[in-house]
Write a protein that binds this ligand. Structure first.
Ligand SMILES: [Fe+2]
Length: 511
């Protein structure tokens, strides 16, 4: 058998060899240690007092405030939402940052809250509900944190029996077969009722896959097939999933990857899955004394490895190398008849944000870090050579017209415009990655702009909808733009009667 090929029998054997407790070490977020340092675990956590003080000094801190509870409100609408945009925008993000006098030390740690915007042409109704994960139920029940988080080292006060003991379900959403999945990346997806947002429970694709990592960035093929992956950090494996449009698991295999790093997102062409692997690699021995994040070491000597996997045979793989760099997100990928894959992503030279501002904002602080830029890499399947071009365009949260998933495309929608003196971005943009042509709408200094998603409208140019937090008014705003004319500003705006905590990713479902 090809040494890099695993099938179900091997998968079961591997899981069996891990054993019930050792399974924890195979997956992210399971940095377990009874002797964890209790930093920040006391009643007088300085992060909490620092943040409370910052709320008075820096208006942008509002984006990281913990809501008092679930939310329900009616937006004030100006303009008219297009008929194609009538439906529901779901978003997810960390919202439960504080509990029992302790504030998490990293943005990515908080308990997930789903935001549901029910959009009709003249009205927008909003509901926000915390995902009732086992972790949240247990911790809220006791009024204190019981387990550690991605970037905050805490003593585990309850037995951590699987990755889902730590699952915050806080990163994105996927609508699949009339079910709303709240996605994390270190463990299971969590199923919710798409109307009420009531939590149904963790999603288990197959009994032997229970609690295995399932990333927050699945890719949906044009035939509805869902591709996804999970990272088995300390076991040097990537788990690759293929799920049918009806939610039926069609394949799940382990792919061995030496020094498998932190991988947050991937892309796909019609034939291949493409993983860009920044050299941020876990050192298992550091898990005893460090948070999961801090157990990782930046190893630029590894370069940015690229793993390309054949969709039809996970054993057929190619590897490439790009200059070292860090990324969270990819836009899209496609390949031409000559065997060249083009993949675009949002690149940073180093993991400044994840170790810097993503942590500092939790105590109301901020440091200027170089803005991330759009990049386009070319992978030549015949020669094995990889090159890349970095566009001089600041970007995060790239999205495309999903009808071009895996196919040649030109336009990437993204947020842009980092400003001095505050974190985040202040504009939304469309960039043609072939010509570099760029068009944007500047919300202005008072806005923290979140991801905007594309909504198709027949053969027309479609729409772009997304949220921003107005830190001056203290209100969250949902805006809708013509995808063909961002610069003219929104055609419709819905202002909520409150601020939502800044989140990560969303998806739109037409009704
Ligand atoms: Fe993400």
């Amino acid at each position: 058998m090809h040494p890099s090929r695993f099938h179900r029998r091997d998968f079961l054997a591997l899981l069996g060899s891990l054993g019930a407790t050792a399974l924890a070490q195979a997956v992210p977020a399971l940095a377990l240690a009874e002797t964890a340092t209790p930093e920040g675990a006391g009643a007088s956590d300085p992060w909490m007092t620092d943040f409370d003080a910052a709320l008075l000094r820096h208006d942008w801190s509002l984006g990281w405030r913990t809501p008092a509870g679930d939310l329900k409100g009616v937006a004030k609408v100006e303009g008219k939402f297009p008929a194609a945009v009538t439906g529901v925008l779901y978003r997810n993000g960390p919202a439960g940052h504080d509990l029992g006098g302790l504030r998490y030390h990293h943005w990515f740690d908080g308990d997930g809250m789903i935001q549901r915007f029910e959009i009709s042409q003249d009205a927008v109704l909003h509901t926000g509900r915390f995902v009732q994960t086992d972790k949240r139920i247990a911790e809220v029940g006791q009024g204190r944190r019981l387990v550690e988080a991605f970037g905050t080292k805490l003593p585990d006060r309850i037995a951590v029996t699987s990755p889902d003991t730590l699952n915050t379900a806080n990163t994105s959403v996927l609508l699949l077969n009339d079910e709303l999945l709240a996605l994390w990346e270190g463990g299971s997806a969590v199923a919710l009722d798409p109307v009420t947002l009531a939590t149904r429970g963790v999603k288990t694709w197959r009994p032997d896959l229970k609690a295995m990592p399932f990333s927050a960035h699945p890719r949906v093929d044009r035939d509805g097939v869902v591709w996804n992956f999970g990272v088995g950090s300390t076991k040097d494996v990537l788990i690759v999933y293929k799920i049918g449009a009806k939610g039926d698991l069609q394949r799940a295999e382990l792919v061995p990857v030496k020094d498998v790093p932190m991988i947050h997102d991937f892309a796909m062409t019609e034939r291949h899955l493409v993983f860009l692997m920044p050299p941020l690699v876990i050192e298992a021995e550091r898990l005893m004394t460090s948070s999961f994040l801090d157990a990782h070491r930046w190893r630029p000597e590894l370069g940015m490895r690229v793993l390309v996997i054949d969709k039809d045979d996970f054993g057929r793989r190619s590897e490439f190398e790009l200059p070292a760099g860090f990324l969270f997100h990819l836009g899209n990928a496609w390949e031409d008849d000559a065997g060249q894959i083009r993949v675009n992503y949002v690149r940073a030279d180093q993991p400044d944000f994840i170790f810097g501002d993503a942590r500092l904002v939790m105590r109301g602080r901020y440091q200027s870090t170089p803005a991330t830029k759009l990049a386009v890499a070319t992978l030549d399947l015949k020669s094995g050579r990889a090159t890349q071009e970095i566009l001089p365009i600041e970007a995060e949260f790239p999205r495309i017209d999903y009808r071009f998933n895996g196919k040649r495309y030109r336009d990437v929608f993204h947020i842009t415009l980092a400003l001095d003196g505050r974190p985040g971005f202040a504009a939304v943009a469309k960039t043609n990655i072939e010509t570099g042509a760029n068009e944007r709408y500047e919300y202005g200094r008072s806005r923290l702009v979140e991801e905007h998603v594309f909504v198709a409208d027949g053969s027309g140019p479609g729409w772009l909808i997304g949220t921003s937090l107005d830190v001056t008014s203290g209100l969250t705003v949902l805006s809708c733009f013509s995808a063909a004319d961002l610069a003219s500003g929104p055609v419709a705006v819905a202002t909520l009667p409150y601020a939502l905590p800044l989140g990560f990713h969303g998806n739109f479902q037409r009704t």
